[in-house]
Design a protein. Structure first.
Length: 395
C-alpha cells in the first residue's frame, strides 16, 4: 500500500470552478479572487482579507506596510519554516529567534525577554493547526515596561502605539482560540494556501486584518491591494471593464497578486470546508489519538485544550525517549512500507542561512527536542480508514 503525505483535495466542484475560470476568458486577478476573499471573511469573521500569491509575499507586504526597515527587529520562534524569518530579512530587518513551548508554539516568556527598543513586531506561528496564546502575547506587548521601550517610526506604528502582533497562520485556517477563529486573534493574520494546506490555491496566501479601532480596515485593504499590484492605481480587470487605460504608480509596490485560476481551486474547497473537509480531518486525527494515547512510547500532539481547537492540519507525533538519529531510522522504515511521512520543522538555527548569522540550536532546547522526536503522519480528507490504520501500525 502506497500512501502519499498530503495530496491536494480535488473533486468535481474544484474542476468545474477551474473550468469556469478558463472559459470566462479571465484568469488573472478578478472576480474569483474577490469571491475567495469574501469567503475567508465569512469563515473567519475578520475585518478584511487580501489574497496574494504566497504566505511569504503576504508577510513581506505586511511588514513593509508596517514600515519595518533596516535596523528594526522582529521576534520569531526558532521552530518554524524558514519563510517566517526570511520575510523579515527581505525587509532589511533582523529576525530575533526565541524558543517555543512543548506544544510547538512560541513561548511568551521568551518573547518578553527578547524585546528591545528596536522591536517592531512579533510573529507568532500556529503549528500543525494549533494556535498560539495570542492573549498572552498581547499582555506582554501592553506591559508598561514594554510600552516604554517601543519607538514608533512610521505612521502605521504610531497608530498602533505598541509592538504589532502578526499571526503566521499558515497552518491554522479553521482553528479556534478561546471561541475565536483563526484570522481574528492578531492584528494581522496571514494564511497559506500552498498545495499541502487545508485549503489550497496551488500557491497562494491571504492577509486577514483585525486591526485596532482607530484603523479603517477597508482603507488598509485598498492600500495593501495597491501594494500587491506594483503600487498601480488600476488593475487589469478594472481597465478591461471600461474604467479607462490611464494609470499611475503611487509608490514602489510589489507584484504579489493572486490570479483567478488559482483562487478558483480554493473557492471550491472553502465552500465545503466547515461542513465537510475539516470534519474529515478531525475524524482522522481522532483515530490517531485513540490509538497513540494507549502507547507509552507516543506523545500525541495537542488537538484540543481548555482554550484551543486545532484545524487538524498536521498530526505531529513525537516518540518518547529517542534521539534525532533514531527518529530518522524510524522514518526510513515507515517510508520503506510505502507510507510518506514528514518532519515539521527543522528549527531555523540548524539551517545554514541562520547558522551563518550566529544562531546556535543549543540556545533553543525545547525547539530541538520537539524536532528531534517528531514525525508528521498523513492526514487529509481522502485518507481511508484502512490507510489510517496502516499509518498507525507502521509508526
Amino acid at each position: 500500500m502506497r500512501i502519499p503525505f498530503s495530496p491536494p483535495f480535488v473533486d468535481d466542484d474544484v474542476l468545474k470552478e477551474v473550468e469556469d475560470t478558463l472559459r470566462s476568458g479571465w484568469i488573472t486577478t478578478g472576480p474569483k479572487v474577490k469571491a475567495l476573499e469574501h469567503e475567508i471573511n465569512q469563515l473567519t469573521g475578520c475585518q478584511q482579507t487580501l489574497c496574494v500569491n504566497s504566505w511569504t509575499s503576504g508577510a513581506i507586504l505586511t511588514l513593509k506596510w508596517l514600515g519595518v526597515k533596516a535596523g528594526d527587529e522582529v521576534i520569531v520562534p526558532a521552530y518554524t519554516y524558514a519563510a517566517t524569518a526570511l520575510s523579515v530579512i527581505h525587509c532589511g530587518a533582523t529576525p530575533v529567534l526565541v524558543d517555543v513551548l512543548t506544544d510547538f508554539t512560541i513561548d511568551p516568556a521568551a518573547v518578553a525577554k527578547a524585546i528591545t527598543s528596536r522591536t517592531k513586531a512579533i510573529i507568532g506561528v500556529d503549528i500543525a493547526g494549533l494556535m498560539c496564546d495570542y492573549d498572552q502575547l498581547k499582555e506582554v506587548v501592553n506591559r508598561p515596561e514594554v510600552q516604554s521601550l517601543f519607538v514608533a517610526e512610521s505612521e502605521v506604528q504610531s497608530k498602533i502605539g505598541r509592538i504589532m502582533i502578526i499571526a503566521d497562520a499558515a497552518h491554522s485556517i479553521g482553528a479556534k482560540y478561546k471561541g475565536r477563529n483563526a484570522g481574528v486573534c492578531a492584528d494581522v493574520n496571514i494564511f497559506s494556501m500552498h498545495a499541502v494546506k487545508n485549503i489550497t490555491t496551488a500557491e497562494g496566501g491571504a492577509i486577514s486584518l483585525q486591526l485596532p479601532s482607530n484603523f479603517d480596515p477597508k482603507a488598509v485593504y485598498d492600500l495593501m491591494r495597491l501594494w500587491s499590484l506594483n503600487g498601480q492605481t488600476k488593475d487589469a480587470f478594472s481597465k478591461s471593464n471600461g474604467s479607462g487605460w490611464r494609470y499611475d504608480i503611487l509608490f514602489d509596490g510589489l507584484k504579489v497578486n493572486m490570479p483567478d485560476i488559482c483562487a478558483a481551486i480554493g473557492l471550491a474547497q472553502i465552500r465545503k470546508y466547515s461542513g465537510q473537509l475539516i470534519k474529515d480531518r478531525a475524524k482522522i486525527a481522532n483515530q490517531y489519538e485513540t490509538f497513540f494515547n494507549k502507547k507509552g512510547w507516543a506523545q500525541p500532539p495537542t488537538l484540543k485544550d481548555g482554550s484551543r481547537e486545532s484545524c487538524y492540519h498536521i498530526y505531529a507525533l513525537r516518540i518518547n525517549g529517542i534521539t534525532e538519529n533514531e527518529r530518522d531510522a524510524i522514518i526510513e522504515k515507515i517510508t520503506a512500507e510505502g507510507i510518506a511521512v514528514n518532519v515539521h520543522f527543522i528549527p531555523l538555527p540548524m539551517l545554514t542561512a541562520f547558522k551563518d548569522k550566529g544562531f546556535n540550536i543549543q540556545d533553543f532546547p525545547v525547539a530541538y527536542d520537539n524536532y528531534a522526536r517528531e514525525i508528521s503522519l498523513p492526514i487529509y480528507p481522502q485518507l481511508t480508514k484502512e490507510e489510517v490504520e496502516s499509518d498507525m501500525y507502521c509508526s
